[in-house]
Design a protein around this ligand. Structure first.
Ligand code: FAD
Length: 508
């Protein structure tokens, strides 16, 4: 039934939700076209706290549906992508005058029991005077609770979903902005502008998915020509990265006196990630930057707990993202619902559009399944749900066998230092071998751009993962930006210009 050149589904936005939906849909047999105006994950999806979590705090807002679904996803996602997702234990110190111990225990009891936990260990109580987790903290914190959640490399989760979608036949364009969409003869005609050349192409599709994250109201207003659009509340959240405050592999969950919480998480081997904040935001989400007030807030909140205070001069990097929270009229930013809402429009034979409001990284796969239910009703059913037990690219090894996977890579490539083999396995999983190819020595990997970022990796990222600029590579595909200086970054940029990567195209 589909006309030549006609796609079943057009997805606006290459964040986790857009890419997750594109992957699920193409795997069921729909034809899919996705356009991302910047880089994949350049919006909110690379700026999260990077937790695959139920959201202990959301229990206080009675968000049981969301927490249960999110908890269940922890082990599902870990098994599908054990290179970029792994379990993490969180230490929550009991603090006098804040939440009572019985309330924390009740929350953690629910956390342990409502979410299909099988592999993740249960909650336990710690005597902080005896446990290593007590060491970096002030001695007044004598008791703590330790529970399980998961960690995710958020930006890579997006790219791997995109990669899998393209491997299954989807079209994904980056630096491709949707500038207009109109209904014509019962389908959509979508204008897509190539931001590198300025040329505009028209793409036809039967159904439109608006996964523009914090830009969603913009797309509805500017692209679809509606007026008085206000569906999401934009709430900025910022993080600071400091040299590591502790050696323990566990993360901390700190309660603040204002009722909020922050995390302090081991990050990229040598750092500690601290965040986040909640601040209503009105500007363009791509230009959100941490404010001095947020820096002070995070430093002060962490210094309530760490024996050695966290000071602004310790900060090596910061990032800010903007949450597109469904506007349920909550008065405080931190209380707005974290759940997602999908709204379909277009009855009476009109071409349908489905808008996505809100959502978490953690629930992206379930959100995609809900979206596919709506899509089936609108344009007809194709294949069944399939993503619950399908590894993402490079994730086809046992969830609990990460170290064995590193050893395997080193036996195939004995010249790799353990550190390098671990890093490559964390980023690319089993696909590290595609990147390394027939190399038999470090020299075969080509030029080192700094901190063991070799030419072979850069070329892989350009060829298979839509990388076009130094920023794409240093801050999203990898976090080598934490290690490279400005000059090294500029050299990488020159190199990329030299190899003339074609805008937004990727080898199938
Ligand atoms: P985005 O990632 O923003 O993607 C939307 C994309 O649409 C963007 O890339 C944008 O460039 C593109 N776009 C917009 N307009 C157009 C157009 N006209 N044409 C083409 N493309 C367009 N979730 C968790 O599960 N765990 C956490 O620990 C967590 N922590 C968070 C911490 C913070 C500070 C924030 C801000 C969020 C956090 N979240 C967390 C939530 C999670 O990050 C977001 O819900 C999720 O990333 C939203 O993804 P998205 O795909 O909807 O939006």
């Amino acid at each position: 039934m589909s006309m030549p050149g006609m796609h079943d589904i057009f997805v606006i936005g290459g964040g986790i939700n857009g890419c997750g939906i594109a992957r699920d849909a193409v795997g069921r047999g729909y034809s899919v076209y996705l356009a991302e105006m910047d880089d994949l994950a350049s919006g909110t999806s690379s700026c999260s706290t990077k937790l695959i979590h139920g959201g202990l705090r959301y229990l206080e807002h009675y968000e049981f549906r969301l927490v249960r679904e999110a908890l269940m996803e922890r082990e599902v996602l870990w098994k599908n992508a054990p290179h970029i997702i792994w379990p993490m234990r969180f230490v929550l110190p009991y603090a006098k005058g804040l939440r009572p111990a019985w309330l924390i225990r009740l929350g953690l009891f629910l956390y342990d029991h409502i979410g299909g936990r099988k592999l993740l260990p249960a909650t336990r109580t710690l005597d902080m005077r005896a446990d290593a987790a007590g060491k970096p903290l002030k001695p007044m914190f004598r008791r703590a609770f330790e529970y399980s959640d998961g960690w995710v490399n958020d930006a890579r989760l997006v790219v791997l979903n995109a990669r899998d979608a393209v491997d299954k036949g989807a079209v994904i364009r980056t630096r491709a902005k949707v500038t207009g969409a109109r209904r014509e003869n019962g389908h959509w005609v979508v204008s897509v502008e190539d931001r590198r050349t300025g040329s505009v192409e028209e793409i036809e599709a039967r159904l439109l998915v608006n996964a523009a994250g914090p830009w969603i109201d913009h797309v509805i207003a500017d692209t679809l020509g509606k007026q008085n659009v206000h569906n999401v509340r934009l709430v900025q959240g910022s993080h600071i990265i400091v040299r590591k405050k502790f050696d323990d592999p566990r993360a901390y969950f700190f309660q603040n006196k204002d009722g909020r919480i922050i995390f302090a998480i081991p990050y990229e081997e040598e750092f500690t990630l601290i965040g986040t904040t909640d601040r209503d935001y009105l500007g363009d989400p791509h230009t959100a930057r941490i404010t001095q007030a947020e820096i002070d807030y995070l430093c002060n909140a962490a210094s309530e707990y760490f024996a050695e205070p966290v000071k602004p001069e310790h900060i090596v990097w910061t990032y800010s993202g903007v949450r597109p929270l469904y506007d349920d009229g909550a008065s405080k930013a931190q209380e707005a619902t974290r759940d997602y809402v999908l709204k379909a429009e277009g009855d009476d034979g009109q071409a349908p559009i489905v808008n996505i409001f809100g959502g978490k990284i953690t629930t992206y796969r379930r959100l995609a399944e809900s979206m596919l239910e709506i899509i089936e009703k609108r344009i007809g059913k194709k294949g069944k749900a399939w993503t619950a037990v399908a590894p993402l690219p490079g994730g086809d090894f046992e969830a609990t066998a990460f170290d064995a996977q590193v050893t395997k890579l080193r036996s195939a490539y004995p010249f790799l230092e353990l550190r390098v083999a671990r890093r490559l396995t964390r980023l690319y999983g089993t696909r590290a071998t595609v990147l390394l190819g027939s190399a038999t020595s470090e020299a075969d990997l080509g030029r080192d751009f700094g901190a063991e970022l070799y030419e072979a990796e850069v070329r892989y990222l350009v060829k298979h993962e839509w990388a076009l600029t130094a920023e794409d590579i240093l801050w999203r595909r990898t976090k080598r930006g934490l290690k490279l200086g400005k000059e090294q970054a500029a050299e990488l940029e020159d190199f990329l210009r030299g190899i003339g990567s074609k805008a937004g195209s990727v080898a199938a």
